[in-house]
Every structure is written in C-alpha cells, then in structure tokens.
Design a binder for this molecule. Sequence first.
Ligand SMILES: CC(C)(COP(=O)(O)OP(=O)(O)OC[C@H]1O[C@@H](n2cnc3c(N)ncnc32)[C@H](O)[C@@H]1OP(=O)(O)O)[C@@H](O)C(=O)NCCC(=O)NCCS
Length: 154
Amino acid sequence: MSLGFSSGEQELDRFLYKSVPQYHENNAGITYVAVHVDKPELILGYHYFCAAALPHDTLGAQKLTHTHHYPVLKFHTLAVDSRQKKKGIGALLFFEGLDAAHRAAPIIGLHGVYFEALDSARTFYSEYLGLKPIAPSKTKFFLSIDDIARLLAA
Ligand SMILES: CC(C)(COP(=O)(O)OP(=O)(O)OC[C@H]1O[C@@H](n2cnc3c(N)ncnc32)[C@H](O)[C@@H]1OP(=O)(O)O)[C@@H](O)C(=O)NCCC(=O)NCCS
C-alpha cells in the first residue's frame, strides 16, 4: 500500500504535505491525524484547525463582544484517504475537533466552531451529522459551545 496520503482532492493532499509542516513550525494551527495502528507513518485522515476571529456579520448576530469579531476555532481542513473512507474516520476526527473546542472554551474563551464545507462534503455535514448551514449559505457552518456540548453528549 502506498504511504502517500490521497483524499481525492489534490489541494487537500498538498496542504497536508506542504502547508501543515510550515504552519506547525509557526504555531499557526494544530493537526490531528488518524494513523494505521501497525504503521504509524501511514496517515488515514487528518483534521487541521486553528484559532480565528469570525466577523460578527458572518453570523448575522448583534455585536456582543468588545471587538468586531468572535473568537472561534476554525476547522480549516478535514480529509480522509480515499481508500479509508466510510469507516468512521472523518466523523472521529470531526468529533476530536469539537472536543478540543469544548475543552478550550472555559480556559481561553471561545464562541464556537466555524467551518466551510467543500461541496462534496455538504451531505456529510448536513445529512449524516444533521448540521444546519448559516443561512443563506449552504456551505458555511457555525456551532456554538452549547451546540457542541449537546453533540458530544448525544
Ligand atoms: C467528507 C469526509 C471527510 C468524510 O470522511 P469519512 O471517513 O468517509 O466519513 P465517515 O466514515 O466518518 O462517515 C460517517 C458517516 O457519514 C456518511 N458519509 C460519509 N461521507 C458522506 C457524504 N459525502 N455524504 C453523506 N454521507 C456521508 C458515512 O456513510 C457514514 O455513515 P454510516 O455511519 O451510517 O455508514 C471524506 O469523504 C473526505 O475526506 N472528503 C474529501 C475532503 C472533504 O470534502 N473534506 C471536508 C471539507 S474540508
């Protein structure tokens, strides 16, 4: 089996090999990886996320902070190797990210999690995970810390 990660989306594969190491070196974000139990060098899936400032108008909400942004954890990239899809790895990595946000919220102050889905993953989020996009968008999602607590408890 090739050790090269291949999700079917070249941009996401390049991001893992080219950008992620640089971003880590600069403490710009964190990547959770799922690896093969007997071959830890074999990456089955990854989830890269980072702290971000979400403009108030993204949520169509009233300004509730002293800045014009909400502090959020941004799920930047979630990808699973094509040979490993539909085995629960994507959901596992997604929930690990939610758990990280949930743990960090009372320590650093976090409004929630924000992400933009690729078209190909929209049904994963909306049908399988049952999430509602931020209207009128079909691809932008926000989960408050309370939403996350409910999802983690379900
Ligand atoms: C979207 C993605 C991360 C899902 O990963 P995965 O490991 O295949 O997903 P899981 O196995 O955890 O899926 C969990 C459930 O969702 C379902 N599911 C997975 N992908 C789905 C899709 N695109 N549409 C609808 N349901 C989907 C699975 O069938 C499974 O349901 P089941 O437990 O009833 O069988 C993966 O397909 C991927 O890497 N896609 C390319 C990159 C991408 O689009 N990333 C997301 C945006 S950055």
